[in-house]
Design a protein around this ligand. Structure first.
Ligand SMILES: Nc1ncnc2c1ncn2[C@@H]1O[C@H](COP(=O)(O)OP(=O)(O)OP(=O)(O)O)[C@@H](O)[C@H]1O
Ligand SMILES: NC(=O)c1ccc[n+]([C@@H]2O[C@H](COP(=O)(O)O)[C@@H](O)[C@H]2O)c1
Length: 195
């Protein structure tokens, strides 16, 4: 039997690794879908699909399980998302997820879905890990060792700190108009901003 487990894995952490360990008792092969594959370099999705492929492939080496890692880009239309997933993945018999939208879409399409218990969710959560990286906190012991190696190799902590910076993500205070150079105060039609 072949299973399918999708997540954004931003980054892949010990909760995901526990879930794969539990799944490995139930299936012969497992496809791991890297969701939102086109997203990277944002505070919520700092790592590219390729970087996440490295994190998963190296972490999965410890299991005696045939695995396939498949990046899957998002679509604007939820109604055809399961077909899109199926077109990108080796054929699978059962999907694993705790995400309500993912569960809903698979079940509507007639795919069996199995949920997993949450492991130490108070710390094993991508959002918490990314915040710790931004705050220079402890995060290395919450991810498989190879993931810490990949994040170091790509300068991942520096990157997430830069993209979380209010200047680079547009979340900072607006600059007052009279502090802008004249060209920046012009309206799109070339006239000066009347304000
Ligand atoms: N600690 C955990 N134990 C078991 N399953 C988990 C755990 N953390 C995440 N999952 C499940 O793994 C799948 C992929 O999760 P995802 O990549 O979104 O990680 P996340 O920790 O929920 O990250 P984020 O906070 O960025 O959403 C989801 O179905 C999610 O519920
Ligand atoms: N319409 C779509 O593109 C669609 C629908 C449902 C889930 N997804 C993706 O599946 C993944 C689910 O993973 P998480 O459980 O980590 O949220 C995400 O990357 C999410 O964007 C995409």
């Amino acid at each position: 039997m072949r299973g399918f487990y999708i997540g954004r894995f931003q980054p892949y952490h010990n909760g995901h690794q526990h879930m794969v360990e539990a799944i490995s008792d139930e299936v012969d092969e497992l496809v791991l879908g890297i969701g939102s594959a086109g997203d990277s370099h944002t505070p919520r999705n700092p790592f590219t699909a390729g970087e996440r492929v490295m994190m998963l492939t190296k972490s999965l080496a410890e299991f005696d399980l045939t695995t396939y890692v498949v990046p899957i880009e998002d679509l604007d239309r939820n109604s055809v998302w399961v077909s899109h997933v199926q077109s990108m993945s080796p054929k699978f018999d059962v999907a694993y997820s705790n995400n309500p939208l993912v569960i809903q879409l698979f079940e509507e399409a007639g795919v069996e879905v199995r949920r997993s218990p949450m492991f130490r969710r108070e710390v094993l959560e991508g959002t918490e890990l990314r915040q710790r990286m931004i705050d220079d906190g402890d995060w290395e012991n919450l991810v498989p060792e190879p993931v810490a190696g990949v994040i170091e190799e790509i300068g991942g902590v520096d990157r997430i700190q830069h993209v979380a910076d209010s200047d680079s993500n547009g979340a900072g205070d607006d600059v007052a108009d009279d502090e802008l150079p004249a060209a920046a105060r012009e309206m799109p039609d070339g006239t000066a901003d009347p304000e």
